[in-house]
Each structure stands twice: as C-alpha cells, then as structure tokens.
Write a protein that binds this ligand. Sequence first.
Ligand code: DGJ
Length: 733
Amino acid sequence: MSIRKDPETGLITLHTAHTSYQLWADELGIVHHLYYGPSIGEADLRGLEFRSDCGFSPQPAGLDAQRDYSLDTLCQEYTGSGVGDYRIGCLRLTAADGSRAADLRFAGAEILPGKYELPGLPAAFDNGGECETLRLTLKDPVTGLTVVLLYGVYHDADVITRAALVENGGSAAIQLDKAASACLDLPFGEWELIHFHGRHCMERQPERTPLAHAIQTLRSARGASSHQHNPFAILAAPHTTEDAGECLGAMLVYSGNFKIECEVSQMHSTRLVAGISDDDFRWTLAPGEQFVTPEVLFSYSAKGLSQLSWQYHHFLQHNIIRSVWRDHPRPILINNWEATYMDFDAQRIWDIARQAKELGVEMLVLDDGWFGSRVDDRSGLGDWQFNEKKLGCTFNELIGKIREMGLLFGLWIEPEMVSPNAELYKAHPEWALTIPGRAPTTGRSQLVLDMGRPDVVDYLYGLFHQLLADHDISYIKWDMNRNMTDVFSRLLPTERQGEAAHRYMLGLYDLLGRLTRDFPEVLFEGCAGGGGRFDAGILAYCPQIWCSDDTDPIHRIKIQYGTSFGYPPAAMGSHVSASPNHQTGRSTLLSTRSTVAMAGTFGYELDLQRLTEDEKDEVRCHIQQCKEIQPLVLNGRYDRLTDAMTDTCFTAWQFTAQDQSRAMVSVVVIDPQANPWPIHVRLKGLDPSALYHETLTDHTYTGAALCHAGLTLPIMQGDYPAVQIMIERIDAV
Ligand code: DGJ
C-alpha cells in the first residue's frame, strides 16, 4: 500500500520507493502540507509545523483568539481565495454575487486502486498495479464550490502525480479566474530554481537562480507551451550537483498556456503553484459542471539531478507515452526539408529517397510544400489536397515508388493552421481565431484554427483519418508554426471568451487522441517550429518531438543537454544536416553531426546526393552504428558527463544499458585549444567489479577504474571533432 491514512489522527502519508509525502486535515478542515522528501516511514510530522503569532496574518472566522493560526503562514495542499492567504494561490473566482472568496475545507478522503483519469486531458496511466490514487475532497460552504485533489502515487517510479477537479456544487454560475493543478508548500529549506528558457532555434537552456522573497514565474501566454519557457521546473538545494543533493521536479502534462510560480514566503517556506496560466483565463462553471485541471508530475531525488532526470525519463517512457513505438527502434529517416525546402517535385524526392536507401536509410519523410497552393510559407495551409501539378504525379504514385524502393513513407502536416488565402479560410472564415472588427495578427503569414470548435476538430479528423486510411503512410510529423493571437472564438458567447485558449488544447488533444487511436501503428512526431511544444502533453500522443529547428550540432548539444533534464533522449528528434549549417553557417565534421544526432531519434535532413563518396561511406557506417546503439538510446540510462553550459572546451555524455552490460560515451570538442589541457572524462553507472573493453584505446578496465580514474582522450583539434567510445562488459573479475 502506497497510501496510508491513520484512522486515529487522519494523517495521510504517500509512500514511494524512496520518498514520503505527508498531509493532514485539521479540525477546521484545513489540509496542511507537512512533508515531501526522503522516506520517513510512519513518522507523524505534525510536531514540526511552525506556528507563530505573525502580525498582519489574519485568523479564520471563529479563531480570533488563536493568533498563531493563519492560512497566511500554514503550508497547505491547495489554497482557497480571499480568506487570509496572501501568497500566490491556487484558485481565484467570482461568485454570482460578485464576491471573490472560497474557503476550502476538508470533506473526505478516499484511497482507490489504480490511476485516476482526467477527462479530456492527457495524463499518466497505470500499466497494472503501479499506482494508487488518493482523492481528497475540499468544499467551500458558501458558494458550494468543491475541489477534488487527485494524487497518483507511483511507488516504484518515485513519482507523485497531482491534478484538481473544480466542481460547482452551488446553485449559481461561478467564474473561475484561476484554477491551478497543484500547490507544493515546502515548509523548510533553501531552494534554487532550475528552469528551461529559450527561443526559436535555441530551446530549453537551463538557468539556475536562487529563490528570493519574491515571486518567480515561468509562463507561456502563447497558446503553446512555447520555445521560451518549458512547463518543467526543478527546485534544488544550493549545492545539489548531478550526483548528490536534494532536488525535486514539477512537470506539467500540458501543451498550452501555463504558469509555474514560486514564492518564498515571509516565514521562509517555499510555495510552488503549477497549472494553466490565469492570464486571459476565465471559465464559467454552471451549477453541476466540473473543470478539470492538467496533471503535474512531481518527483524527488536525494541523489542529485541525474537521478531526478532518470526518474522523469523512465516515467515518461512508461507511463505517459502510449505509442506502440515507445519500445521500438525508430526507422532511420531522411527528411527533405533542409535538402529542398519547398522547392521540389516528385523526381527530386525520389532521387533523394533512392540515394538515402542506397546508404541504409529506412524512411523518407516528405516535409512542407506537398499540398494545395503551398509553394512558399505564405499560402496553402488548410487545403490538404496533394498538389499533383507541382509534384508531377499522384500521391499514390509518389508513395508507391518510395515503397518500391523499400523505404517507409512519412508525411508532414500542420493541421491547426490556415493560410488567409486558402480555400478553407474562404469557406470558413469563422473557423480561425480572429476578433470581429479587428484585422488579425499573422505569424508566418498564417492564422490559427479555433481548435476549441467541435466542427473544426471533426472536420480535421475526417480529413486526416481519410488521408491515413487511403495512403501507405507510416509516420506523421505534426507541426505547428505560430503562436496564438486574437484569441477569440466565434462559437463562444461573450462571457466565455476566456475559455478559448484552453478549449483549443482540449480540441487538439481530442484530435490527436482520435487519430493516434485509429492508427496506432503510425509513428507520430510532434513539432512546433522545432521544440516550441516539447512537453509531456504532446508526448502522451507522440513518442518523439522534433527538438529544435537549429540543427547546428554545437548548438544542438546545449539544446539536447537542457532537454535531457526532464525528457528522455529517445523522445528527441535529432538529425544530421548539411555543413555549413543552414541556421548558423558553421562548418562541422559529418562524424560530429552524426555523434550529436545519435543522442536522439536519428535521421538525416540534407541532400545525401551532394556528399562525396567518402562521406557516403561514412554515412553507411554511421547508420550501421546507429542501429547497434539504438537500444541504448531507447532504454538505456542517460548521463550528462559535463555541464554543457559552463564547460567550454568539450561536452560529453553517456548511455548505459540498464543491465550495465554496455555503454557508449560521446565526446565533442566545442572549443578546440592550442597547447591543450587533457580531455579527461569519468564514466558513470558501470558495474565496479566487472571488466569492460573500451574502443578508445582498445584496453580493458574494471568499471571502477573507468568510473573513478576515467579515460584520457588524445588531443582533438579542428572543426569540432567528436568521438564515440563503445564500452562492452567482457567478464566479471
Ligand atoms: C518547422 C519545422 O520545425 C521544420 O522542420 C519544417 O518542418 C518546417 N516547419 C516546415 O514548414
């Protein structure tokens, strides 16, 4: 049993393999958060709670004399609103009479086997006996508002999921102005915030800042989780490193507007609140209606950041990603985007495919530009008919020839968008997010479809279902190339316009859910101008996401490094592109590009016909090597051996088989030195007593020697040289 409720005290403790989480509803019904950290067994931690008569922190009604009891200073599981807690809150609302308060009090707890589901939203699932659910019901006696707090306790995975269901149990409509998924109120400790910021072509750059007595907010208001901020945050104790120290993560399973807010309070407790962003959000909850918040995945590690990353990697791979592809090596693909952009016909695609096949590639992906009037990025989105005139053949002829070559066929689509000059927009201008009387803002010359409309989702479903049913398509790259503006739905009444952005996400998930259920064998890759929607919500449908539009390997090292804190390498789309690189103009060796791309789902994104014969031979070898190491990338343990942000000379990482039988160490020199210092790496996670052969110097060492003494690499100079070292266990000593 992972969840224990003490029948006498009512104390509830959630147990995972290495952590405990404790909460308690007092006699007033306030649910206190007592602890989240390393396992504490059955200890009752109520005595640790700090109470003091804190000036200007008010008392709940009826507790006038008890000056040391204030919602403003207590650590709580979820906060109400307007009744004395001035810190960042979970809930804001407007009741029928205009009042803005909710005083949430405990109304019951249930422990249930298995994992709860969240209607309309992606959420972690249970593969059988992995999870136990706690349902805590809180009620506001005046408005009738009920908040059900859901906790999914994954014992072995060391993950606790949380979400909230907000229900209107009253007789009048309530406006929800904020409904967070969860609050984590840490009573003690100094914490630093690690978050992942960025921009298009440079996503998920880790930044670590101390928390202050102020509010720090990570958020997206873009209608997508965004390139700029990722819905994942880590709180780490000040000296926590990869291998030691305390840290905990909060990851939203959501792909739209979000907020993760952190505040160190006047009493020095730390509050983290995560959920849908309340900016521009307002949801009308009629009597009897329920609002479902997205899920947050919490995980805690007392053994440093690497351990936390492995917990997330494992959990996302096993409890979020549903695709049958999650355990299978993904086909090595050639994508024509950087080879041709939109300037291609069928012959050009076939030539690229033929060359790719000859080198060992397994799938051709036809990117943007195959449909409607799409000759550049100003037109055509929404008119999803194959452009026979441009391509010079029918769709089936195009695919047929590629299949005859022995390649799988994959296709790029961008279902959520429409070009203003598209036939679809002419027929249904009301289907786009635009504001009456206001000329719409465009992004990449396109408008965003109102995915909150069931008619739009049904239309897109019919269209793409047919496309997949009628054609031999093994892979879909689902792109989304602009952020939302003019967020106004022609279907919603005035008072419900604040719902449009979240309704969009519900529509998107509905569409993704239906198509991925109908075509389980199709490999879906998420994409949003690269990694603009790289989150656990998308991973619930797409086992991999195109990591970034920046394919420069030296930049990719940092992008993939930052991404790896929360997300598994197997989920990162990563391709070898041309040199000089199209985004940065930098020249790099083919072997370096290949080394970096092999730390994700591998593919090519260049015209392979332009390579020299020697380079083609190299590609053949890389593909062979990639196939050999694919199981390591899919299921192995990933270690960051250096800090890609601060170690300026070289970066190294390692994949290790779960059974410690083999490993691969990759090293890339990012700043070649004159008169260099040695490049020295210490390996991780090998069996100390086993004997391993390493391919760098063709020597054998014990795991202990490789992990403690490490390996010294030869001098590496030139255009960012890279090396991959294979480590194979040969015997036990
Ligand atoms: C953005 C994607 O990230 C690229 O890979 C490519 O598919 C373009 N869109 C096509 O428009």
